[in-house]
Design a protein around this ligand. Structure first.
Ligand code: SIN
Length: 280
C-alpha cells in the first residue's frame, strides 16, 4: 500500500510503498499524481533506478520538457547529469533560488531529480512554497500583485555575460551559454495552478528580471521584497539526500535552490523535466 507522509511543517511529503523501477499501475500513478498536487514536493527513498527507469517514469507522468543551455547525457536526449567532482571549484549548479526554466513560454511543470552519488556532508536542496507565501500576504498586497506581469529571462544565468560564461574554471557539466539567453518573456506574477486551483507567487531571483510597465528601480523594490518574503524559513522545506532517492517538485508553485557545502566530495544527480503549460 502506498503511504504519503506529509513533512511536519506542512510542505513536501515522503511517498512510501511504491517501486519506481517498475511501471506504475494506474492506481499507483493516480496516487502519486494526487500526492504531487497536494504536496508540491514529493520524494521516494531506496529506489534503485537505471537511467531508462527515470525516462520511463517521466513519460508515465507526462511528456519530457525542453532543457536548454545544458548538454544532455550521451544517448539520453532528455536526461541531464548534475555533476560536481570532488576537486571542482566552479559554481555549484542551481545554487540560487529559482523555478526551472521560468523564461520559457511554457516552463516545465515539474522536475525529477535522482540521487546517484550523494556526498557525506552538504548537498541539500531547499524548496520554498509559493502558495503559502502568496496566501500570507495582506489582501491589499495580493490585489496589487494580481494584475502584474513579470519579465523572465535566462540572461543572468546563461547569457554571454553571465557568471557561467565568465567562470573559466574546469566544470563537469556541459553548460552552453548563448545569446539566445538574452530573450525575455512575460508571465503573470501570480499564477493559478491548473490542478490545485490555488494561486502562487511566480517570480524568482535568477530568471525574473523586471515587471512589465515599471521602471527598473520600482520593479526591483517589489521583486526584492517578494524574494525575501518567499524564502523565509517558515515556507521552506530542506531536503537531505541519500543515494537512490528520487524527488519531484512542482515548478509552478515552488522555488528551489541547491545548497552546496560539499567541496572535496563528488555529487552526481540525474534530472529530467516534465512539460508544462503557459502560466495563467
Ligand atoms: C537544480 O536546480 O536542478 C539542482 C538541484 C540540486 O542539485 O540539488
Amino acid at each position: 500500500m502506498i503511504e504519503i507522509a506529509a513533512q511536519a511543517h506542512g510542505f513536501g511529503a515522503r511517498v512510501q510503498g511504491v517501486d519506481l523501477s517498475r511501471p506504475l499501475t494506474p492506481d499507483a500513478l493516480a496516487t502519486v499524481k494526487d500526492a504531487f498536487t497536494r504536496h508540491s514536493v514529493i520524494f521516494f527513498a531506496d529506489q534503485a533506478l537505471a537511467i531508462e527507469d527515470l525516462e520511463r517514469l517521466t513519460l508515465e507522468l507526462g511528456a519530457f520538457g525542453e532543457d536548454p543551455f545544458i548538454a544532455p547525457m550521451d544517448g539520453h536526449a532528455h536526461v541531464m547529469e548534475v555533476r560536481r567532482e570532488a576537486d571542482e571549484k566552479t559554481l555549484v549548479f542551481g545554487a540560487a533560488w529559482h523555478s526551472d526554466w521560468s523564461f520559457q513560454a511554457s516552463p516545465p511543470a515539474a522536475t525529477i531529480l535522482y540521487g546517484e552519488v550523494i556526498p557525506p556532508v552538504g548537498g541539500d536542496t531547499l524548496f520554498a512554497d509559493g502558495y503559502r507565501a502568496f496566501e500570507a500576504l495582506s489582501a491589499t498586497m495580493q490585489a496589487m500583485l494580481a494584475p502584474l506581469r513579470a519579465v523572465h529571462s535566462a540572461r543572468r544565468a546563461y547569457g554571454p555575460r553571465s557568471a557561467y560564461a565568465t567562470d573559466a574554471r574546469p566544470r563537469s557539466m556541459k553548460i552552453e551559454v548563448s545569446p539566445e539567453a538574452e530573450k525575455s518573456i512575460v508571465h503573470p506574477l501570480v499564477r493559478t495552478h491548473p490542478e490545485s486551483g490555488r494561486k502562487a507567487l511566480f517570480v524568482n531571483p535568477v530568471y525574473t528580471v523586471g515587471i512589465e510597465g515599471m521602471e527598473a528601480e520600482e520593479a526591483s523594490a517589489i521583486l526584492n521584497f517578494l524574494f525575501a518574503h518567499m524564502t523565509q524559513d517558515r515556507f521552506v522545506y530542506r531536503h537531505h539526500w541519500a543515494a537512490e532517492m528520487l524527488i519531484m517538485w512542482d515548478n509552478r508553485c515552488a522555488l528551489h535552490t541547491a545548497e552546496g557545502g560539499y567541496d572535496g566530495h563528488r555529487r552526481v544527480m540525474r534530472r529530467t523535466t516534465l512539460a508544462g503549460e503557459r502560466p495563467v
